[in-house]
Design a protein around this ligand. Structure first.
Ligand code: IVH
Length: 702
């Protein structure tokens, strides 16, 4: 984590760069959170990024990016479900973090309405449920469909799953308007979450990080029976399209929903006293840990609907509502030590070992410290009393030193790897000539810790993806006395080891004849495998999925790839030039590929593995000559029939190049619903714009 420059000290150039960096960072976190249900940072950290982004935009409004994260709601749908365009967009809420923020918001509302401080104005205050929002549409009293928020405009059709939620009626009572869209939060009660994770732990399945992720994962998977078993719950608190107005206040509509058979939150109040609103926030804060579900703040809304209408929306949030967020939960404990973990590529990650402490209901005994710079920034010494924070979800953080006793011991980052071999630790120099914050073990494939981490990567989903062989099993089999898996090759020779060892495997806890048979079948199934997966699974630094694909496509088969990689390792200029000319391949890839195949251990690992495999050659993409051959195409907005990947492949199949941004060189922009700045730019530049249907016609697939 690098130190942040204070906003006042930012130059214009730095501000521009920072906005781009924050946009990328927030976009990645949005996808991790909304599309993959697996956030990488806490809500508090995410909010901090967002606030910094807004603060920079406020100081440098002319630098605000056209695709500013300030205006984004959620993330694109995952592509697993049919898309549904919401009849009314599903909105997001602005956040308030302090009482002052709340009073500012209320004053703003009064200004906009042009009313004085003593004109009564009614507010509702209700818990902000930590789940995922759902819009349920009823036509003539019958549930027609249910959709997730998605990007706010287009959500995912999760009707079959939503029907499995007990709090969601399938029919509404007679007399309701012809069209009713009830909106609210799907959540998992804390007790259901604990039971689910307990069962998952027993079955050796991955655990969910928190109830919100568990609820999202249970609603956004394809088997409705799984949703039923997960026992999700739902609170109604808002609405989309209503063909007739049913009441004239927010609280009255929600109360009506209760009479229609929906669960509504019992902690909603309505008051015209702003102080009472804050008191309610404090009261709910105190009750928070004993509520049966997770909440992360309190939402305040203008109660009167005509007033809501006058206030309207700004960007994607209503001007009449705000979410008052709870501060992150903190606790103080002692730093007992700093352990060093070795990653797959040798990066050393310091981890704080803590005296176990309860932070808002969760016992925390360690937190990651990221890198050596972070330890220096915090000024950590072993024995310090430290502040640990947990913001509702994901990883707890060590935020600061509370006090440092005299006998606290400074920590010096190890100069040798903690593995048995004690290989030297190096500090790399980055491309810009600075010292990198990351310390790395120089042992590469010799270091047992790196090898173990590489094996976990090797069997992971995007690599060999071997069912029944995951992190836990690698931990168990690595350096195992009876049946070791120490190299990728060992996986493919497992079934042919001596019978005595196999007997031992069958007798292991959690195994048995059938599971051993299943494991061997799963391994067998991956003996024949596409070249690009093999290249990726080797774990060469900087060679990710798209680089692996590019290499596989270019060299075609393993023999060609291997021979050329060797030539690159041997310094053959022609081979290096050929590699460098490939799209997306820079010097970092060339260098690490060379290092990998020049290294005796790493090259042998690859060669020994491949002997046991049937590596499928990569077919060159056969291009079909068409009206778009040679043109540059850009896709934007939500596509309904195609995923982004399949759209790209389709364009390439017809001989077009796919660009990521619109410029004067762009020939065609394929724009789906929700298209924003790219569409505007294309229109400004006079680039031809078509929709998805026209695209199919253009390439002749209609
Ligand atoms: S009102 C037009 N009320 O918070 C405003 N939202 O950060 C619609 N949420 O997308 C939202 N509890 O998923 C509202 N009592 C509540 C809520 C609530 C949780 C979620 C909802 C929304 C998000 C905005």
């Amino acid at each position: 984590m690098t130190a942040q420059i204070a906003i006042d000290a930012l130059t214009e150039e730095q501000a521009g760069q920072e906005l781009k960096r924050l946009a990328a960072e927030l976009a990645a976190h949005n996808i991790a959170y909304h599309t993959n249900d697996a956030p990488k940072v806490s809500d508090a950290e995410y909010d901090a990024f967002k606030r910094r982004n807004i603060a920079i935009e406020t100081k440098f409004p002319h630098l605000k990016l056209p695709e500013s994260p300030t205006d984004a709601v959620g993330a694109q749908p995952s592509g697993k479900f049919r898309n549904i365009t919401h009849a009314r967009p599903m909105l997001s809420l602005d956040n308030a973090f302090t009482e002052e923020d709340v009073y500012d918001f209320m004053a703003r509302v009064r200004r906009q309405l042009d009313i004085s401080d003593d004109t009564p104005l009614r507010w509702t205050a209700e818990p902000k449920i930590d789940g995922l929002s759902l819009s349920i549409r009823y036509e003539n009293g019958e549930l027609a469909y249910a959709a997730t928020r998605g990007d706010g405009t287009i959500g995912e059709d999760v009707t079959a799953n939503a029907k499995m939620i007990k709090d969601i009626p399938h029919k509404l009572p007679a007399g309701v308007p012809a069209i009713v869209e009830v909106r609210g939060e799907v959540y998992m009660a804390k007790s259901d979450f604990l039971a689910l994770n307990e069962a998952a732990a027993k079955a050796n399945r991955d655990l969910y990080a928190n109830p919100r992720n568990a609820a999202a994962g249970s609603l956004r998977q394809l088997n409705a029976n799984v949703t039923r078993e997960r026992n999700l719950s739902f609170f109604a608190y808002a609405w989309g399209e209503l063909s007739e107005q049913v009441a004239d206040a927010q609280s009255a509509v929600v109360n009506l929903f209760a009479t229609w058979g929906f669960k509504v939150n019992p902690l909603m109040i309505s008051t015209d006293n702003p102080q009472e609103v804050i008191e309610h926030f404090n009261k709910i804060g105190l009750e928070r840990s004993s509520l049966p579900y997770d909440i992360d703040g309190v939402v305040y809304k203008v109660d009167d609907l005509a007033t809501q209408k006058r206030l309207g929306f700004v960007s994607r949030s209503p001007r009449w509502a705000i979410a008052h967020k709870f501060p992150a939960e903190q606790a103080i404990t002692t730093l007992l030590g700093i352990d060093i973990q070795v990653g797959r590529t040798g990066a050393l990650t310091p981890v704080a070992r803590l005296e176990p402490v309860n932070v808002g209901g969760v016992v925390v005994s360690n937190t990651t410290l990221h890198n050596a710079d972070e330890i220096a920034r915090l000024g950590l010494k072993i024995g310090d009393r430290v502040v640990v924070q947990r913001a509702g979800d994901v990883v707890p953080q060590l935020v600061s030193v509370a006090s440092s006793p005299e006998n606290a011991v400074p920590f010096s980052f190890p100069t040798v790897c903690p593995c048995k071999l004690q290989t030297a630790v190096v500090t790399e120099i980055t491309a810009t000539g600075e010292e990198s914050a990351v310390r790395r073990c120089s042992g590469d494939f010799i270091c047992p810790s790196q090898r173990k981490e590489h094996l976990k990567f090797f069997v992971s989903r995007d690599a060999f993806d071997i069912e029944g062989l995951g992190d836990k099993q690698i931990e168990a089999f690595f350096n195992d006395d009876a049946l070791p898996i120490n190299t990728p090759e060992d996986i493919f020779t497992l079934a042919t080891r001596n019978t005595e060892s196999l007997q031992k495997l069958e007798n292991r806890e959690g195994y048995g004849k059938t599971s051993v048979k299943k494991l061997f079948e799963a391994i067998e199934a991956k003996r024949t495998i596409p070249l690009q997966r093999v290249i990726y699974a080797l774990g060469i630094r900087h060679v990710g999925q798209s680089t692996s694909k590019a290499l596989a496509r270019h060299y075609g088969d393993w023999e060609q790839f291997r021979a050329n990689a060797q030539a690159v390792a041997d310094g053959d200029q022609k081979a290096i030039a050929e590699l460098t000319e490939l799209n997306d391949i820079g010097t970092a890839v060339v260098e690490s590929l060379a290092k990998f195949f020049a290294g005796a251990e790493t090259a042998a690992m690859a060669d020994n593995l491949v002997k046991h495999l049937n590596v499928e050659a990569s077919r060159p993409v056969e291009t079909i000559s068409s009206s778009i051959t040679g043109l540059t195409v850009v896709f934007t907005g939500s596509l309904v029939r195609l995923t982004r990947d399949s759209a790209k492949e389709m364009a390439e199949r017809y001989g077009a190049k796919v660009g990521s941004s619109v410029s004067a060189k762009t020939d065609i922009l394929v724009a789906g619903p929700g298209a924003g700045s790219k569409l505007k730019k294309a229109t400004d530049l006079g680039v031809k714009v078509i929709d998805e249907e026209e695209w199919f016609k253009l390439v002749g697939e209609e």
